[in-house]
Design a protein around this ligand. Structure first.
Ligand SMILES: Nc1ncnc2c1ncn2[C@@H]1O[C@H](COP(=O)(O)OP(=O)(O)OP(=O)(O)O)[C@@H](O)[C@H]1O
Length: 706
């Protein structure tokens, strides 16, 4: 289960496997190890309970023929006492059996959930980016429980029902073989009924499970995006989204109930046919004197006991079939393999000095069309600070994922102190290389535990010292419960800058020789970013640091800067050298100082002025290499062009900071005398449509000042 040998399969690119109940059962059976003996005891209890019931039925026949028909109280006592004794023993046995069954069942569910959870935790980051969390949640909860129905309850239930059915059938034959034979001729009808329904029940159960996952996903995503929902008035849209999934679920559950009910009623009718057959034959037998009324009643009672297990067996078949739909969804996850594995017989190297060497690394994400890194090479000596920068999508964060070994390169190698990363045990490697990710991750726990998770078992003094070094101690002290204050992901209790300093404290405590910082100041305002710089410097001192960032404020400190573009290093050197060279880095630096982000769509205005000769009328033509795309509006003044794809070319009437040169103040509103008009041809054939076919937002109402 959960084979871990290299490779990687994608959940969403594979169809959910269509497997048989037997395959699913075999797949999960090994998880019952250690529970099999208790399960056997449960089964024995069921057998004992069946024996007790059989004896009770026979005593009932005895009582009818002797105590009741003959009206003799003397004939009553002995069978009555025996019956009571058997009933008490039967009750104790049933209680013990059912309690043990519950224990074994819940243990199995726990074990299965742990197993799947453990597997999921080892899956690579792209698995979570591409798979809806809500659906995973539903697989880990309701689908796990479904497997229990199949493996534990299913198995014990089937064994007990089969035993009871055989036992009561034998008793019925022993009592009156001819009557029994006549009724058993009808038994295959139960089987035919179950067979008729099982296919539909599996389909509808599968649909229900998918819908259940989708509902959890929508709810989870919607709660995560609550600010967006409220700020953009998306409540109706979210409600509709939930409504669609809820509708699918509604249809599936109503259909499932209808199918089950139809099956139940059909079985009732078959049972009635059997009972009438028994009464008819019984009446004839009594009339010819071959049978007593007590025998007929006892026989009918056996049939009464026999039908539930026979019916139960058929019903169980349906339940197991439905549960197989859940098993398919779990197996789908368990078949996704972790992208990296622990090496066999890893060598213990001791704490490395921190020399990182990236050698001709080529890497593409599984199932991605494009290669993210194409022959990347660089070396960082112990204690050096290297900044990796470049435009968005260049492959910078990918470098961090390879350094932490979330993935192995497709070609080339990454070495730490000369040892390939894949030769380190994973846990050890991640002790040596610490990641400070782009978004600050918080555990649902106290502030203290959040820092201490950098080094489990750290002393209070070490935690406080780390917090002081990260400039976090003061704000932590001011929290309502100080270090004992509970925080959780998404908590509004701490600001972005405070969270980042908490993360720095955690990393300081971890004390790894190599640090990978992924955009440590992104998302922070200038003040918060400045507050985090000092703690970062303390954290970095004496460690090999690879900082991935757009924010070039720390660039003058760096021993080297690597400018990455499309998976390759296009420039490398120190800050001053690169500035003097006037190449890609200088352009990045200049654009940053001009407060320009590289999100072209956000900056590019949608309208051109009617009078294009106005002073603020520029075309922003972004194209790779930062050249100007000709033919898209008036030529920009030198130094005012931004390299973006030509389809994003618009003319503008605004004096954007970038367009003004020399850091001129942006002019947020159209200047008087200008009228907003769409740029003809700027978006292909339809001048009023964005590349995605939607109308420009501002078209929807009159533009202030127009
Ligand atoms: N999980 C993924 N699956 C497929 N492709 C991916 C995945 N993550 C990133 N990519 C692609 O790999 C390339 C490099 O991405 P990466 O995140 O490393 O860029 P980046 O330079 O860090 O960008 P940014 O500065 O915007 O964070 C991009 O083309 C991106 O679309």
């Amino acid at each position: 289960m959960g084979d871990e040998d290299g490779g990687s399969a994608e959940l969403e690119h594979e169809e959910t496997p269509n497997i048989s109940a037997r395959t699913a059962f075999r797949r999960f059976w090994p998880l019952t190890r250690g529970l099999r003996r208790p399960l056997l005891v449960v089964w024995l209890c069921t057998v004992l309970a069946a024996l007790a019931e059989t004896e009770a039925v026979l005593l009932f026949g005895d009582l009818t023929d002797h105590a009741l028909r003959e009206g003799s109280l003397d004939a009553f006592w002995s069978p009555a006492v025996k019956w009571l004794g058997i009933a008490v023993v039967g009750a104790v046995v049933a209680y013990a059996g059912n309690s043990l069954a519950a224990w074994a069942t819940e243990r199995f569910v726990m074990r299965l959930r742990e197993h799947v959870f453990d597997h999921v935790q080892r899956l690579p980051p792209h698995f979570f980016q591409r798979h809806r969390h809500g659906d995973l949640l539903s697989r880990l909860t309701s689908d796990v429980e479904a497997i229990e129905t199949m493996v534990v309850s299913g198995l014990v239930g089937a064994a007990s029902a089969a035993f009871s059915a055989l036992f009561y059938a034998a008793a019925a034959f022993w009592l009156r073989w001819d009557l029994a034979a006549a009724t058993f001729v009808l038994a295959p009808l139960f089987w035919l009924a179950a067979r008729r329904f099982s296919g539909s029940i599996k389909d509808v159960s599968r649909a229900g499970r998918v819908a259940d996952g989708a509902i959890t996903s929508v709810v989870e995503e919607s709660l995560g995006n609550i600010v967006l929902t409220q700020a953009y008035g998306r409540r109706d849209a979210e409600r509709r989204r939930l409504g669609e999934e809820a509708n699918a679920w509604f249809r599936a559950s109503v259909r499932a109930t209808r199918l089950n009910e139809a099956y139940e009623q059909l079985v009732q009718v078959i049972e009635t046919v059997c009972v009438l057959a028994v009464i008819g034959i019984g009446a004839w037998e009594i009339s010819t004197g071959r049978m007593t009324l007590g025998q007929l009643l006892a026989f009918s009672a056996f049939l009464g006991y026999l039908y539930p297990p026979v019916r139960g067996l058929a019903q169980l078949g349906l339940t197991v079939t439905a549960a197989t739909a859940g098993a398919e969804r779990l197996i789908e996850i368990l078949d996704v393999k972790p992208s990296v594995t622990d090496p066999r017989g890893a060598t213990e190297t001791g704490r490395p000095d921190g020399t990182v060497e990236v050698r001709d690394v080529v890497f593409g994400y599984p199932d991605a069309d494009d290669t993210a890194l194409r022959g990347l090479s660089f070396t960082v000596a112990p204690g050096e600070l290297v900044i990796v920068t470049g435009p968005s999508g260049a492959g910078k964060s990918t470098v961090s994922k390879l350094l932490l070994r979330f993935y192995d390169p497709d070609a080339g190698e990454i070495l730490l102190d000369g040892v390939p990363l894949r030769d380190f045990p994973l846990a050890r490697l991640r002790e040596y290389v610490t990641l400070l990710p782009q978004e600050t991750l918080v555990l649902h726990d106290t502030v203290r535990a959040n820092i201490a998770c950098g080094r489990p078992g750290a002393s209070e003094r070490a935690i406080v010292e780390a917090a002081r070094a990260a400039d976090a101690h003061d704000f932590i002290e001011r929290l309502p419960d100080g270090y004992d204050t509970e925080v959780d992901p998404g908590s509004a209790r701490l600001s972005g800058g405070q969270l980042q300093r908490l993360a720095v404290a955690r990393a300081i405590l971890r004390d790894a020789p190599v640090l990978v910082l992924d955009e440590p100041t992104t998302g922070l305002d200038a003040m918060a970013a400045r507050r985090v710089v000092k703690p970062l410097r303390r954290l970095m001192s004496g460690r090999t640091t690879i900082m991935i960032t757009h924010d070039l404020n720390l660039a003058p400190d760096a021993d080297r800067i690597l400018v990455v573009d499309r998976g390759r290093i296009v420039e490398t050197g120190r800050h001053e050298e690169l500035l003097a060279r006037g190449g890609a880095y200088a352009r990045l630096h200049r654009s940053q100082n001009n407060a320009v982000t590289d999100t072209a769509e956000l900056r590019l205005p949608l309208f051109a002025p009617e009078q294009t000769a106005q002073p603020y009328a520029y075309a922003y033509a972004y194209a790779p290499g930062h050249g100007h795309a000709p033919g898209h509006g008036p030529a920009p003044a030198p130094g005012h062009g931004y390299g973006y794809a030509p389809e994003y070319a618009y003319a503008t009437e605004y004096g954007y900071a970038a367009g003004q040169g020399g850091g001129g103040a942006p002019e947020p509103y159209p200047a008087a005398g200008f009228r907003a008009v769409p740029v003809p041809g700027a978006y292909g054939t339809d001048p009023a449509a964005l590349p995605d076919g939607h109308p420009p937002f501002r078209d929807e109402g009159p533009w202030p000042g127009s």
